[in-house]
Structures are given as C-alpha cells and as structure tokens.
Design a protein around this ligand. Sequence first.
Ligand SMILES: Nc1nc2c(ncn2[C@@H]2O[C@@H]3COP(=O)(O)O[C@H]4[C@@H](O)[C@H](n5cnc6c(=O)[nH]c(N)nc65)O[C@@H]4COP(=O)(O)O[C@H]3[C@H]2O)c(=O)[nH]1
Length: 810
Amino acid sequence: MPAWPTIRSAGSARLETPMSLAPLPLAVLVADAAGTVVSWNKAFEKLAGFGAEAVRGRDLAGFVEFDETVTLFSPSVAQANLAGRLLCADGRRLPVRLTVAPQSLDTEEPGKYSVIVLPLAGHAAPRNALLQDFPVAELIENLPCVFYVIDQSGHLLLWNRQLEQVLERPGEELPSTDVGTFFDEHERALVRDKILAAFEQGSSSHEAEFVGKHGKRTTCLFNCARTRLGNVPCVFGTGLDISARKKTEQGLRVSERAMFSSVNAIIITCCAHGKNLIEYVNPAFEQMTGYTLAEIKGRDPRFMRLEGCDMHEHARIRAALHTKSSVHAVLRNIRKSGEIFWNDLRIDPVINIDGNVTHFVAVLNDVTQSRQYERRLHHMAHHDALTGLANRTLLQERLKQALEATARGGPGGALAFVDLDNFKHINDTFGHDAGDAVLREIAGRLRVGVREHDTVARLGGDEFVLLIVEPPGETVVADLLERLRHSVDRPILLDGRELIAGGSFGVAMFPRDGDTVDRIMRAADAAMYHAKTMGKNNVQFYSEDLSRVVHQHLLLEASLNRAIRNREMALGYQPKVDLRTGRIVGAEALVRWHSPERGVVGPDQFIPIAEQTGLIVPLGDWVIAEACNTLRALTAQGVEDFVISVNLSARQLRQRRFVEHLEATLREYSILPNALELEVTESQLMDNPAAALEVLARLKSLGVRLSIDDFGTGYSSLSYLQKFPVDVIKIDRSFLGDVAGDGNAVIARTIIALGHNLKLEVIAEGVETQEQLAFLRDHECDQMQGYYFSPALPPERLSSMVCSGVRMAV
Ligand SMILES: Nc1nc2c(ncn2[C@@H]2O[C@@H]3COP(=O)(O)O[C@H]4[C@@H](O)[C@H](n5cnc6c(=O)[nH]c(N)nc65)O[C@@H]4COP(=O)(O)O[C@H]3[C@H]2O)c(=O)[nH]1
C-alpha cells in the first residue's frame, strides 16, 4: 500500500492546545534541537526501565540506535517516522518506531521536538499498559464502540478493546500495522481520504467495513477529529458498529425495490387515529387502477369500491380491519376510467416493535379475466350451448333447491317436461340447421312465457323442461302450460316455410307427486310420455293411474324391442278382391306379434309405441322384406299380376335412405316393383304435403304402387291430391259403417267418383256385409277387402287360396 502522505502545510496543520505528556499512555519524550532530552513521561520511564535521573539531560542517541544515519531534528520537516531500537536499562534492545515532530512550527526559530516511541509488533506493551495511565482509560475501554488514535503515518497510537475484537487481532500487532489493511481493498482509499480529511479539515465521518483477521466483517460508522498527542498531530475517533442497522437497511431496500417492481398492485395504509388512509401505492397499483399516488395519498381506499355490491366481502374486510387481522376477499372495484374490475385482495397488518398494528399492506390482483373465464366455464357447465337455456345439471340444482325450500314449508312448485311432437320430422326433412333454428325459437317462446325466477331447461334433443316455482295453484299451472302449448304450436317461419313443432307436456306437482329430484323428474317424464300416447300436443298431469299406464307402456316397449330381435313378428295377409271379376288380385300385409307372454298382440297396440321409440324403422324394413319374400314365393308358384301392399309409417318415410333401401330389397328378392304397393295414410301425407310429394315422387320413380290409406279422414287438399303420384285411394272403413244411411253413402260415393276422376283405382276396406258389397259394386268401386270375404291369413293359406283360383261371388 502507498505511503501515507505527510502533512506539510503548516497552515493546514494548525495545532490544537498542547497536552501535558504525563497522562499519555504512550512513551513520549521531548528533545531540543541538539537532541538532548529535556522532558519525558512516565510511560517512557516504564518502557525503557530508566529512572528520571538516568534520562534527564541525556542525548537521545544514548537511548536509541537508529537503523540509518538521519538528521533527526530539522525544522523543515513537519514530522518524521523512523525505525530503531530502544536501549533499555536491563540491556534489551527493543525494536521501536519513532515519530518525531517539532513542537513549534516556526521554522526560523527551531525549538523542541516531541518523540513518540512505539515498540514494534511482538515487543509492544499490552494495550492496558498503554492506557492504564491515561486519565479516561476506563471510559475509553468501556465505550460501546471502537476507539482509536492514528498518527499521520496511518498507524495506531491508541485503541480500545473493541477494536481488537472487531479486528480479531492481539493488541501487540496493531501499532505496527497500517490501519488501511484493516479494511477491504476497495475501501482503503476511502478510509485514507477520510482520515486525511480529518487531519486537514479537523473532522470527518464515513462508513466502512472492518475485515477481521479471520474474516469477520463489521460495518462501522466512523467519526474522527484532529487532535494532538503532545505535539504530535493525530486523529482520534470512534467507530460505531452499524452492521445490524445496515442489514436492516439493506433488507428494507430490497423490500422497497420488490414492492416497487412487483406486478401485483400494493397499497400501504396507515391506521392511526381510527382511520385507514393510503400512505403508499406502487406503480403496479397506478397501472391497475389509473390512480397515481399523488392523487390518492391520504384517502380511504374504500373510495374505489362498487356501491351496493359484494356486501359480504366488504363486511369481512371491515371486521378484519377492526380486529387488526389478515383477510382475503374477492370483490369488484372501480378504476379511474370508471371500468369495473374484479379484485382478489389480500390485506395483512404490519406490527411495530411494540406489538402495535401501525399499517396495513394490501396486495391487489386484477382477476377480471380469470373471473370472466371462470364464469364462462361455469355458464358453459350449466347451460345448453345451442339455446342458452339451463342444462340438466342446473335444472337439477334448482329443482333440488326448490324441493328443499318446500321441505322447509315453502309452497312447492311444478315440473313440466315438454317434448316437441314434430321435431324429428323437421330435422329429418329440412336438415339440422332448420332443426336448430326450431329449437332456438321454441326455447325463446318458453322463456318469455314464464316468470324470471322460473327455470327453462333443455335436456338435449327436443326435450325441454320448465321448473315453475311457487305457483299460486294447480289451475294456474294448467293455464300457464296451456298457453305455452299454444305458443309452441304456433307456426315457425323458416326460409319462407311454415313449420309446426307442436309439443306434448307432462307435469308433476311437488311435493304432491314426490319429494326428490329423481321422483319428480320421473313423474313429469311419465306424464309427458302419456301426453304423447294421448295423441300429442296436449298437457297431462301426473297421477298414480297414469303411472300404472305408463309403466305398462314401458314394459311393452321393452318387450317389443326384444320381440323384433327374437323374430316374434309375423305377417297376416288380407286378400283384396276385384269387384268386377271376384278374383283375388292382391293382399294387404298386416303385422302381428306372437308374444310368448301376451299371446297374439295386434298392431294397434304396439305400432304407436314402435313409432315413438323408433323401433318402427327396423320393424318396417322387416315387414317389407317379409312381404317381398311372400311375393317371390307366389311368383315361384306361377301367380301373376298379384300385388301385396304394406303400411308405411311416417317415420319410415322420413328415413333418409328409405328409397335406396327399398330399391335394394326389391332387387334382393327379384320383385317387380309394381307388385309392391305402399300404403300411406292421408293424415301422414297432409302433415307435410310438400315433403310427402317429394318422397312419393322418388318412390314412384322406382315403379312401386302407391296408395292413400284411410282416405276421407285427413282433409286432403284437392290440389295436392292431384299432384301426389298415387295409384290407389282406400276408402276408410268408417264410411262403410252404414251405407244404407244417407251421410256415409254420399261420402263413399263421392270418394269413388273423385278417385275415378283422378284416374285412380278405388278400394274399400272393412267390408263386412252383403249390403256394403252391393253398394260398392253398384258404385263401381274397383276393389274391396274385409271380413266379409276374409280376415288376414297366414302366407301359406293366402298362397293356397290364390293358387286354387277361388273367386268371390260379386
Ligand atoms: N272392423 C273391421 N276391421 C277389419 C276388417 N277387415 C280388416 N280389418 C282390420 O282393419 C285394419 C286394416 O288395416 P289398416 O287400416 O291399414 O290399419 C292398420 C295399420 O294402420 C296398422 N298396421 C298393421 N300392420 C302394419 C305394418 O306392417 N306397418 C305399419 N306401419 N302399420 C301397420 O295397424 C292398423 C291395424 O291393423 P289391424 O289391427 O291388423 O287391423 C287391420 C285389419 O285387421 C273388417 O271387415 N272389419
């Protein structure tokens, strides 16, 4: 390390009031310009071992052996540092460092010189020995800080125990060590500058870190001032250990920085005098809310709250502030821009050293987006995507709540299942987009038809459910549902077409019909099922009887399903007779169910169920295939020009690939298409005449014959009748009931005439009597079928009857 600069400027080295040598713990003597010792202190006597007599008047050279020849005393030198050996009274030659300084700065008139004699490391007297004669020694030893006196060479002259402790060095090492080495390399220049500043300006202060011999680091605040020991200028000072404070400061700086840079908004409020006012907000807060610290400092943070909302959360926060505890809340606040945001807020108290809460720190998180996302997810999980109505989950939740409220004495409610009667037809005929549009339209109609606290749900497909809570009575429910039924039945205008969805409503009342979600749902479903079997487009309330009927129905449905798979079905063929020749020209295939449990079940009992459940499609396919099989057998037996007709259900007709499937079946059985006749009821055709026209045209193009069944019951529009590519119309048997009576006879006659005018064959069904036969013959009806001639026969009997050439007497 570079040598310490020596103070040369007399002006800058103005000496303080001279001290008496006596109390100094250092060995000091005063010599004149000739080197004669004129004064000394006790410490010198102790060190050298001489008594006063042996010292006084002696030449300094008699005590000290210098390493080099030097001019000891020169008024031009302010201070000299020399090394040598002190010749002690006991003969020891004690290695020492001498600091020589003129007592007067008048260079023209040289006076006396002070000489401080310091033993070198390993030879020095212990610190106590140095200090013991010092008048304030005890005080210095017990100072709560480091004490030191440094000469201009940068060496210690005096120090206390605390310094030895922080430096982790024994006292004898200290005087010979440059004080700069007590510090880290990078701080040494600063330390020197500060000491020099004290020498030059009288005082200085700074912070630096002592580095102990074994690495211990102690940060101290140094305050030093210039003084003199004897005539030797030096600096004395204290070093106060501020390591702990530094650590705290550093920690605070880190926290402050972290708070400043945090992405979370932070508010610090001061809670003195019963108030809670903003003291600090970080930049993230400013960014989140739009308010700057300057704008809101000193305000209560509640100014950002959204009045009238999240009352529960506000109450929790108030309670926590009151009890000075932590709280976590999620609530809505308002930004400066007026925009509302969701704030996930955490508030913690700050406790001071006395255990009192002085501040609160609040961390704010803008969770608007995740909240919205959560809400969207929640909405998606509870609503039907197509219509926006409640889904099954939400409906069940609400129903559960309503049942719980009822159990607590509430007035109960109603649950109505709504099934659209024509939805499948609309979907199959006009496609899914049209189906979706119809569902949305119906959803809207149902929603506007009920009160806000009622629930409208869609369970999937065309199944809607209404939860009507706390209705004033069952009649009110009945009126409401009747209104809704009408509203569902109103035409829906879609791409210039009018579609009618129609709806069957089944209602369960609670608590009367059940007290659990499952029971009420099942009761409403059963009632709806009943409404369907009652001819659709009506409202049915659940009852015990209805439950039994539905139960039977469901049993039948289950066994019918099995029956089709187990081939329990058979076809009977009712012969059709030509009224001019009496010959059997064809037969109608009529399905029978030979049930192992129920015996023979007629189609009237199971066809409606098969239609509702969709079982009619495989059943219908089987009937056509079976009829083709019989036709093939008859052809094989040489029967010619024989036609078998089968009944088609509307649902079969709506099957997308029905025509292709039929074509394939005809091919499979090698059947001439015009040997097969398809009977479609008039009401089925008129349900959606345009769609019927389209499918009939495609069927006709295959070459099969088409017949309108139950003619006269379905209010055919004549214009459509003209357009339908049919071959036959079949007079409904109700018009033959009493052909002797005027009304029926007129209708039957008119139908025959109408058919012939349209160039169609006319057949009468359900002919039971001679009179009916005579009437038909007289009015030139083409064919007839009925018990009068034959009921439906098994295929073998039909075959033998046809092959035997039996004729009816006409
Ligand atoms: N009172 C009376 N009735 C007579 C007389 N002659 C025949 N019947 C009955 O009248 C019904 C005529 O069939 P439908 O009008 O097409 O009416 C049929 C038809 O709509 C339907 N059906 C029968 N088989 C099938 C089928 O394979 N597919 C479809 N989709 N429906 C079928 O079931 C209905 C009832 O069929 P069934 O019970 O077999 O009843 C048959 C037949 O047994 C008579 O002189 N007097």
